[in-house]
Design a protein around this ligand. Structure first.
Ligand SMILES: *[C@@H]1O[C@H](CO)[C@@H](O)[C@H](O)[C@H]1NC(C)=O
Ligand SMILES: *[C@@H]1O[C@H](CO)[C@@H](O)[C@H](O)[C@H]1NC(C)=O
Ligand SMILES: *[C@@H]1O[C@H](CO)[C@@H](O)[C@H](O)[C@H]1NC(C)=O
Ligand SMILES: [Zn+2]
Length: 794
């Protein structure tokens, strides 16, 4: 496998460069769409070295794409001083000629469904909203009053001139995006040295371009803009993240992330039974976590993985927090948590997210109680007590974020098979192409788009003999309005059949917003793209749809099948929610300074216990740094979008089903989980409305336009799982389970020594220094790639 030969380099390419911020390169690989939009740092010194070496390639001609922009406009901008620096005495009359800020916001929001606590306009000085919207909050933070100069033609572009400028930038952006995406595609579909270098170069060139755009946009006085669409466009173009850091600080920032990822990606563990069998990597450990039912082995693997990753990462993370906050402040946010919440445009974001979890928790507690009984049956009451939280290491997953790997010991009706139409697909001689044709017909039946010709001629549905391909399923937008592709090594299985629909839903999204300016061709918020695709997956994966397609011949609509079906889904989606919520609440608390370094790990376990009812297998301390053992912490990637997307998925699905007449609340003949939106033009119209505005509106508005709801509402999750919840409640009553959990002892101490506790195995005072330098890894990786030497990882 290419990736395992040099996964660090892969990660550098894929993630330091943030080509895609989704769950790439993880064991629980998420299905993703390729996102070239992310602002990319080109200041990584290692990458620069690689580039210097390989830059002699004559194909790499870096003619500045911005040179094609109208020079008069640029010159005018270039002569515009920073509005904040203008001497106010030159503009004595401006103050009064200006509308009051509050008025303006109101005007902008007329007819836009403005809600309490949600303010969609430009970020003028409204204290209540400041934290969420103030891209330029300095003006409201005690600075001298702003002075305006809008009537001085020397100093500002008129709106029409701005539109012209943005239109030109937009054309360039699409072209540059296209060049970049083509290079990434070429690499992922034909992994070799030359393509990798080319992909890297183009990614950097694109990032340089974006930086250039940012520099132009930075000069525009956004305070003078009255048109909300224009304002929003400029705001999007001007949020730059860590790249605002001074060069030396930015290098340090990149270096910290590189170093943490190097630790994460190279960590290995030795076998419990056979201490000489070392070098077990995360892929191997995941298999053990999923399959082993041996308490000691699982505990060993869990502890060792956390020791080899989190513990080593902590000091670096502490430094990253400061630097990341500094970068956020340079972007005029108070700290990184505010910066991360910014794309969600919700006042009181954290409470909104917690409220959604409160809606779901009664259902989760039933599942939790039921699972605890099953685990108690297996491991014994001395290990799993009746009222305690669940130990994190026996849930089938290193992070306890999905429990579907322990279905074999927990499934409600073990005798009954899951719905799996794979044999029938094989019998009917399905081919990969047929799967895509059927998926296309699904969307067309709902009056949505057919796939464009390029899709069929250029997509990759199958492995190509003799060509190394990165097989992770992904959907690609080539930014030119006609080239859209899927890359997936499709197998004839039910799972892949659903994935094909999922990926094609991403393409539907691309098609729906293709006429918007480049900067708005994105999901309505960071959880939206996946929410739509997963709602489609829900729709096609249910037995009724499979029956309609002729893949289910005998009726399987009995209680056991239904409960097993819902249970399986709950063991993945429901269990993921409290984990994902905890991960970002934990980081918000750290970035905001609420949680100090002395409480990092214990705060994590407080949250895990409170939200998930999960505890560590052994006592932890502040020597440990358990969240650091999850990829997104060292990579410093936000996670809350997955949480929100998972809830939105059900909310959107419910609306589609109501529109299709397939779901009627409280009507047991039409439960939500049996809804099939196939052939429903009404559902198709809703999807189109949800997608066609891209990110050009606050997502609440988009949601309102699409489904008439304007808040995140987790009641759809409850409704979807209602039959399961009833079943679980009865089952827990029957066996007299305690529902909920009670803190049952110490999970985490500042220091194990002061806790005066004996810790077996010496896990807490291991002195092994893990000091492999990044440059060594990089050069080893390069030799793997360029000289084809296999890297030894002993
Ligand atoms: C943040 O505010 C400062 C001070 O007003 C300003 O100079 C700077 O350009 C702003 N930063 C960004 C990224 O807009
Ligand atoms: C199908 O979609 C088109 C374009 O979005 C729309 O104009 C038309 O009304 C839709 N047809 C139906 C039956 O909904
Ligand atoms: C459905 O039942 C729930 C609980 O019994 C109730 O609160 C709700 O109002 C009902 N909805 C409708 C549309 O009847
Ligand atoms: Zn996806």
């Amino acid at each position: 496998m290419y990736r395992s030969e040099c996964s660090l380099f892969f990660v550098l390419l894929k993630l330091i460069l943030i080509i895609s911020a989704e769950r790439v390169n993880l064991p629980d690989d998420d299905l993703y769409y390729f996102d070239p939009n992310k602002y990319v740092s080109s200041n990584n010194q290692y990458v620069q070295e690689v580039l210097r070496k390989y830059n002699q390639d004559p194909h790499y001609t870096n003619n500045n794409p911005l040179s094609a922009i109208n020079q008069d406009l640029l010159n005018k901008l270039a002569s515009t001083p920073d509005p904040r620096l203008i001497d106010s005495s030159n503009y004595p009359n401006q103050r009064n000629s200006r509308p009051r800020t509050n008025e303006r916001v109101d005007v902008l929001n007329v007819g836009q469904g403005r809600h309490q606590n949600q303010n969609y306009g430009p970020p003028y000085n409204i204290d209540q909203n400041r934290n969420q919207y103030d891209v330029y909050p300095s003006a409201s933070r005690g600075d001298p009053p702003r002075q305006y100069f809008e009537n001085d033609p020397q100093y500002s572009l008129r709106d029409d001139e701005l539109f012209k400028l943005l239109a030109q930038l937009d054309i360039r952006a699409s072209q540059q995006c296209n060049i970049n995406v083509r290079a990434q595609w070429d690499f992922e579909t034909n992994v070799n040295d030359a393509n990798q270098i080319r992909a890297l170069e183009q990614q950097l060139a694109y990032s340089e371009f974006q930086r250039g755009v940012h520099n132009i946009v930075d000069k525009i006085d956004k305070w003078d803009i009255r048109d909300p669409a224009l304002w929003r466009q400029l705001r999007y173009l001007s949020v730059v993240g860590p790249s605002v850091l001074p060069q030396d600080q930015l290098n340090r920032y990149n270096r910290l992330i590189n170093d943490m990822l190097a630790i994460y990606n190279t960590a290995t563990v030795c076998d419990l039974e056979d201490p000489l069998k070392c070098g077990l990597r995360l892929e191997d450990l995941n298999v053990i976590m999923a399959r082993s039912r041996d308490w000691d082995e699982l505990q060993h693997v869990w502890i060792e993985w956390h020791r080899r990753t989190g513990q080593k990462i902590k000091e670096l993370f502490v430094q990253l927090v400061d630097l990341s906050n500094y970068a956020a402040q340079l972007n005029n946010f108070t700290d990184t948590s505010e910066y991360w919440m910014f794309p969600f445009e919700i006042y009181d974001f954290r409470n909104e997210m917690e409220r959604a979890w409160d809606q779901i928790k009664p259902l989760y507690e039933q599942l939790h109680a039921y699972i605890r009984r099953k685990l108690r049956d297996l491991y014994g009451p001395e290990k799993i007590s009746r009222e305690a939280p669940l130990p994190a290491h026996i849930l089938g997953n290193m992070w306890g974020q999905s429990w579907e790997n322990i279905l074999d010991i927990t499934i409600p009706y073990p005798g009954k098979n899951f719905l799996d139409v794979t044999p029938e697909m094989l019998k009917q001689r399905y081919t990969p192409e047929a799967m895509y044709r059927i998926a296309e017909e699904f969307f067309v039946s709902m009056n949505m788009s057919a796939m464009p010709p390029d899709f069929w001629s250029k997509s990759i549905f199958d492995e190509i003999p003799g060509r190394p391909v990165i097989c992770q399923p992904s959907a690609w937008d080539f930014c030119n309005g006609n080239d859209y592709r899927i890359k997936m090594c499709t197998h004839i299985t039910m799972k892949d059949f659903i994935t094909v629909h999922h990926e094609m839903a991403h393409i539907q999204y691309f098609l729906a917003y293709k006429r918007l300016p480049k900067v708005f061709r994105d999901g309505a918020n960071p959880g939206f793209h996946e929410a739509i695709s997963e709602a489609i997956s829900l729709a096609v994966s249910n037995p009724k749809h499979m029956q309609t397609l002729g893949l289910v011949l005998t009726s399987i609509d009995d209680l056991p099948h239904n409960i097993n079906f819902l249970f399986h889904l709950a063991m993945d989606k429901l269990t993921f929610l409290p984990f994902s919520l905890a991960l970002d609440i934990w980081r918000w608390d750290i970035f905001s300074g609420y949680t100090r370094k002395e409480r990092y790990n214990c705060h994590w376990w407080d949250l895990r216990e409170r939200l998930s009812g999960v505890k560590p297998p052994v006592l932890r301390s502040e020597i440990d740094f358990d969240p650091g053992s999850k990829y997104h912490v060292p990579a410093n990637l936000p996670y809350i979008g997955y949480y929100m997307g998972t809830i939105l998925e059900f909310q959107i699905f419910r609306a589609l089903c109501k529109a299709a007449g397939q779901y009627v609340e409280n009507d047991s003949r039409k439960p939500l989980h049996k809804c099939d939106i196939y052939r429903s033009k009404e559902a198709g119209a809703i999807l189109t409305r949800l997608m066609e505005t891209g990110s050009s509106l606050p997502w609440q508005e988009t949601l309102k336009l699409g489904i008439g709801e304007s808040k995140l509402d987790a009641s759809a999750v409850r409704e979807y799982f209602r039959p399961l919840e009833e079943w679980l409640r009865n089952e827990n009553l029957r066996t007299g389970e305690f529902v909920g959990w009670v803190y049952d002892g110490d999970y985490c101490k500042y220091s194990i020594e002061t806790a005066n506790l004996q810790v077996s195995g010496g896990y807490y005072n291991d002195a092994t220094v893990f000091s492999i330098s990044l440059s060594l890894i990089i050069s080893s990786c390069l030799s793997t790639i360029f000289i084809h030497l296999k890297l030894s990882r002993s």
